[in-house]
Design a protein around this ligand. Sequence first.
Ligand code: FRU
Length: 457
Amino acid sequence: MKNEAKEEIARWGNTVKQDPYYPAYHIAPPVGLLNDPNGFIHWNGTYHLFYQWMPFHTGHGAKFWAHLTSGNLVDWEFHGPALAPDRWYDRSGCYSGSAVEQDGELVLFYTGNVKNAEVERESYQCKVRSPDGVTFEKLGVSIELPEGFTPHFRDPKVWKAGGSWHMVIGAQTEDKEGCVVLYDSPDLESWQYRGILASGLGYMWECPDFFHMEGDVLLFSPQGLEEQGADYRNMYQSGYIIGDFDTGFRTEDFRELDHGFEFYAPQTMEDDFGRRIMIGWMGMPDGGEEYFPTHDFHWIHQMTLPRELIQKGDLLVQKPLVEMEELRTRKVAGGSQEKWKGKIPASSEILLQNIEGDVDIELFRYITLRCNNGKAVLTRPAMDGSGEEWRARTLESPLTEIRAFVDHSSLEIFINGGETVFSSRIFPEKEENSGIINGDLSLTVWELRRQTGGETV
Ligand code: FRU
């Protein structure tokens, strides 16, 4: 099965890379569909990232785990499939999960998804060991579905604290309520069910994560939230609750992480420098994927940039990593002009500083960001061709800085040092490079280089 995936790369790899919408410095699949980040870890001085991968077409289905490594979180070497859906307990997909280190080895946990003939679902939490980060040995099922939950029970995230291992899993109760459940283990072998850690928003929570900052943070992707004004306008959400592992997490404290059109299923890890780094899928399930023009080139979706998380009061701030500055090749614009009009390279960073008052940006005659009266509004043509769509957010503090990363068909906007973030895919006319920026501010635009990681498949 892994060989068939590799053959797909050989067959379509060149076509994929010829797409003018293919990113230069974001992680995207060599062929097929990419979704959630998985198994993100800094191990033996190397960053490892896996992702949900469907190599055979640009839709969802029996997912593989693709594997990448990096020394600097900028340049990523692609190593092909690490896990294939080739066992009875994962034959409909090696679904999302995480990585930890134990006794020098890499240990992965993922969900084995099985859809049987009657399209009923089964779900198993499975374990994998890798002594070298190159070969991956499946060790079978660690946890079966407990009573009280539907088979929507998946995406184990494991961490160690106080000499014991913990695992959170995204779940749905039999009453169709979304929740996160907790397991403990002394050795990553035997797992004890500890109950529901938090519940109550929507009908299913996917891809949970847990970590300690100033407070305890529970991060997850709830499904089934009702749109409320400018909030929850995407098909599904991703966000967090800052609470307390012992006394609990209150759903009324839930905050969305990102306010753009495409952001879902993020995962974090702590690196050797003590940074909490998050990467997300710049996609949205059931959110108009079928309209993306990249299907014609045999690929779809990409990751966000990795971002450092910092707690500021009850807010998680997302800062582009300092490593991203290595991508800058040449400055293509700079200075202070109230009305700027110029060319924005397809792969670039735009930095607006010392902002006084309102700002208006239009890129590629396609997407606009308008910040006025303490509110940011993003618009683009609706993916299904039905007019315009928008997302908006009230800023946390007066506008002083906007930093934006453009990469062929994506735009990530970090306002005021990452207090407010918008991540979106963009599909302007190919070759269109116009930018208009109005406001009292100082502007710098850099062209960014291609990431130099290759493929060792
Ligand atoms: C989130 C998700 C996960 C699941 C995976 C399957 O996007 O639905 O819950 O493990 O994708 O690819």
